[in-house]
Design a protein. Structure first.
Lengths: 289, 497
């Protein structure tokens, strides 16, 4: 905060304050963007390795990007990209459907022990997720789904569906009179769900779809436990992490940067386009409590 | 004192007062909680009693077919003109019995010992070789037993519903009405019973991937399933509360690790939450200040850093801040330092580093989420402050901060719980390092959850991992309970304005 003398005229004061804020915002922007700029810079770096005794690269090249898609013996980047994309699309659809079903049932329908089931859901959500990873792995193994992409979709979708509180809170705000009017016209509850509630809940549908689509791109823990050493079925997060392990980092560091840039661009664009819905989803759930 | 004075207090006072009131009322609330627990228990006993009474009454009152359905599921329904329903019930019974005989019982019978026979070798005369004979596998015994018990409970529920359905159909016939046909039943699933349709799939998947694993891992905390007891080679068994005792006082190394890491986890969660909260809000205020141009550009710059996947930005940071990383190289080139700063390799500096890097990650996030709420602060409050001659700093501490604390307490507590369990920032940045010899398989920046992860994945000390998991759950639950109790509900919102 910029302190100014009280004697100065009002206009000068605001100007000085604003000038200070501009300076601060610019500095902060630089600090916040520098690591990202460095990432892009490194992805074009010609020489190998992560550490040098100089800062700016000595040469620039596009080979890192090309190598990601051509040298696929050790690290199969294109395949991982497709894996992640497929998992993300399936998770997005399944988890949105599940979440809408749950929150609609809890918000609009009245049935015995509704509150109890909701509270159980709340309590279950408080267990740290990866405490149960090993058990989930063995359950998946028992049904023959371990190290498969299907298992990832199932686990992500179920985990996402436990966050039904936000969507439920949203459904609660849709007036009940709409339902009643439709029921008078002979609509069943199934009709009401598809024809009235769903079209009105666009923001929450987009929020859910967005978060569940992004989850597989950024999750690292579950994949590393479930996939173990099945390289073919890795998603990008684990694959890229492996590139930075001690024995690979010299050869693969610049390619890691290139791969990270390729992932980050679509996710970033998607997020910036959809940030309005994201904010609505987060604050809607948080401030209502 | 309660009503009149409160109106003259400023919001921060009110907030502190409410926290204080909450603390004062803890004993009362605990007593209330126990009472409520007793109530739930009583209710449960009553409902069981009612069910048993009903069970007997339907048997006495029902006709021969209803009586028979106590033995063979579905026969009552089938006799009362609900053939398809009857067949479905019969299918459930056949399936349950077949499951228990062919699969469930062989595991369930070992539940008390978790298996006794380890894998052993037998000399095969005919082939002239040693053959391995498969012994028990404690892990599978426990997992499948829990699964079988859950399935049995489901079957039991269906068994009761079978009797009820038969009795209901019988009553219908007695009153001269037709029992509902299968088509009508199916239609009801899309109308009066729509919740059944909607919740079946989520419930099944929650049982498979959430409830069953949680029960399994909670039970593991009461066994000695560690790296020395890995089935099928070495079986594990029940040990009661030994793990909890070790964790808290019995085992010097483990209890020291546990207490130190718990302390650090709380410090971390506190600083990570409040630095992000306050600086994020300041950033939002600066961007939204009247007269600042290019609001959209500033916001987009900061939002970009949230959108970049965390594993990318954090892994990158860890390389940037390494002993030979670019930051150190740059600082040395400028000549500010002679030796590299050990951002991530010195315990104390690393702790500060992770908090600062977390600010890089979290401030834009707070900025994004609080902007909307900040806009809602009544303009009159600022006007009156300006007239009273309050500077920007005073306005922030006296008006903005108390107001935001008031409105966003639940958000803040959610953030606190989130940071308490913040795996990504710590693991991707330092992996919990630098390692400490005083600790059991943990480093100085490890949080409880990253320790849990390491114990699970690297050490396979599942029993300790589960014990930590339960502790983390308790802490999260306590904070969630506080958040629920302390948060201003909608009806008290006017009190502020």
């Amino acid at each position: 905060m910029k302190k100014t003398k009280k004697t100065g005229s009002m206009k000068l004061r605001t100007r000085l304050a604003n000038g200070g804020i501009y300076a601060l915002l610019t500095t902060m922007s630089i600090i916040w963007l520098l690591p990202l700029a460095w990432l892009v810079l490194m992805s074009f770096k010609a020489e190998k390795g992560a550490w040098h005794d100089y800062v700016m690269p000595k040469g620039y090249t596009f080979d890192n990007y090309i190598a990601l898609f051509t040298e696929t013996d050790l690290f199969n980047y294109p395949r991982w990209f497709m894996n992640t994309l497929i998992v993300a699309i399936c998770t997005c659809i399944l988890s949105t459907l599940l979440l809408l079903m749950i929150s609609y049932a809890f918000s609009r329908l009245r049935f015995p022990s509704r509150r109890k089931i909701m509270n159980v859901g709340l309590i279950l959500g408080m267990f740290p997720g990866f405490m149960t990873m090993i058990a989930v792995y063995h359950i998946l193994k028992a049904v023959g789904l371990d190290q498969s992409l299907v298992s990832l979709v199932l686990v992500y979708s179920t985990g996402g569906a436990l966050n039904y509180f936000i969507a439920k809170g949203f459904f609660d705000t849709i007036p009940k009179s709409l339902d009643e009017a439709a029921m008078l016209d002979g609509a069943t509850k199934n009709d009401i769900f598809w024809k009235i509630t769903l079209p009105l809940s666009k923001p929450i549908v987009i929020y859910t779809a967005l978060t569940s689509f992004i989850a597989p791109w950024v999750d690292f823990i579950f994949v590393s436990v479930i996939m173990k050493d099945n390289y073919q079925n890795y998603t990008l997060a684990v694959g890229l992490y492996r590139m930075l392990e001690r024995e690979n980092i010299f050869e693969w560091f610049t390619r890691f940067c290139a791969g990270a840039v390729i992932v980050a661009i679509p996710i970033t664009i998607l997020f910036i386009k959809m940030q309005k819905y994201y904010v609505e989803g987060v604050t809607g759930g948080a401030t209502k409590g | 004192m309660k009503t009149t004075e409160q109106f003259t207090w400023n919001p921060l006072h009110k907030f502190v007062w409410r926290v204080w009131q909450f603390i004062l009322h803890i004993p009362e609330k605990v007593a209330k909680g126990f009472k409520a627990l007793g109530g739930i228990l009583l209710q449960f006993i009553c409902s069981v009693r009612d069910a048993v009474v009903n069970f007997g009454r339907m048997f006495v009152d029902g006709d021969i077919w209803t009586k028979l359905s106590y033995l063979i599921m579905g026969i009552g329904c089938a006799a009362h003109k609900q053939i398809v329903k009857g067949l479905l019930y019969l299918g459930v019974q056949v399936g349950a019995v077949w499951y228990m005989i062919s699969f469930g019982w062989q595991y369930l019978k070992h539940i008390t010992t978790l298996g006794t026979a380890t894998k052993y070798q037998v000399w095969d005369e005919a082939a002239q070789i040693y053959r391995y004979v498969q012994g028990d596998n404690s892990m599978l015994i426990l997992l499948y037993s829990v699964m079988s018990i859950i399935l049995l409970l489901v079957a039991l529920g269906l068994y009761f519903s079978n009797i009820k359905a038969s009795y209901k159909a019988e009553l219908c016939i007695r009153e001269g009405k037709k029992p509902s046909t299968i088509i009508e039943d199916c239609k009801a699933l899309f109308d009066q019973k729509f919740h059944v349709t909607l919740l079946t799939v989520p419930t099944v998947s929650a049982f498979a991937f959430v409830i069953l694993p949680i029960i399994f891992m909670v039970l593991i905390a009461f066994t000695n399933y560690d790296k020395n007891h890995q089935p099928p080679g070495n079986l594990f068994t029940w040990v009661g509360f030994e793990n909890f005792a070790n964790m808290i006082w019995n085992d010097p190394v483990k209890s020291k690790t546990f207490s130190s890491l718990t302390g650090w986890t709380f410090i971390w969660a506190f600083f990570a939450t409040f630095t992000n909260y306050i600086f994020g809000m300041l950033l939002a205020i600066m961007i939204n200040k009247q007269g600042i141009k290019l609001k959209k550009l500033w916001r987009t710059i900061f939002v970009t850093t949230i959108a970049v996947p965390q594993f990318v930005s954090l892994l990158l940071m860890s390389k940037l801040l390494g002993d030979q990383g670019s930051v150190n190289v740059l600082l040395q080139q400028i000549g500010w330092i002679d030796k590299p700063i050990q951002f991530l390799t010195n315990g104390t500096i690393a702790k500060v580093t992770v908090i600062i890097v977390n600010m890089w990650v979290g401030i834009p996030y707070t900025m994004l989420t609080t902007t909307g709420i900040l806009m809602n602060i009544p303009k009159e409050l600022y006007e009156s402050a300006r007239i009273d001659g309050a500077g920007p700093f005073k306005t922030f501490t006296r008006i903005t901060l108390p107001y935001m604390l008031f409105v966003t307490t639940p958000y803040l507590i959610t953030q606190f719980i989130g940071n308490f369990n913040n795996f990504n920032v710590i693991y991707l940045l330092t992996q919990g390092n630098p390692l400490s010899l005083d600790y059991y398989q943990a480093g100085q920046t490890d949080l409880l959850v990253t320790w849990l992860y390491k114990l699970t994945v690297n050490q396979q000390d599942y029993n300790f991992a589960s014990t930590i998991g339960i502790m983390v759950f308790i802490v999260s639950a306590v904070f969630a309970l506080i958040s629920y109790n302390i948060s201003p509900s909608a009806k008290r919102e006017e009190e502020f304005q």
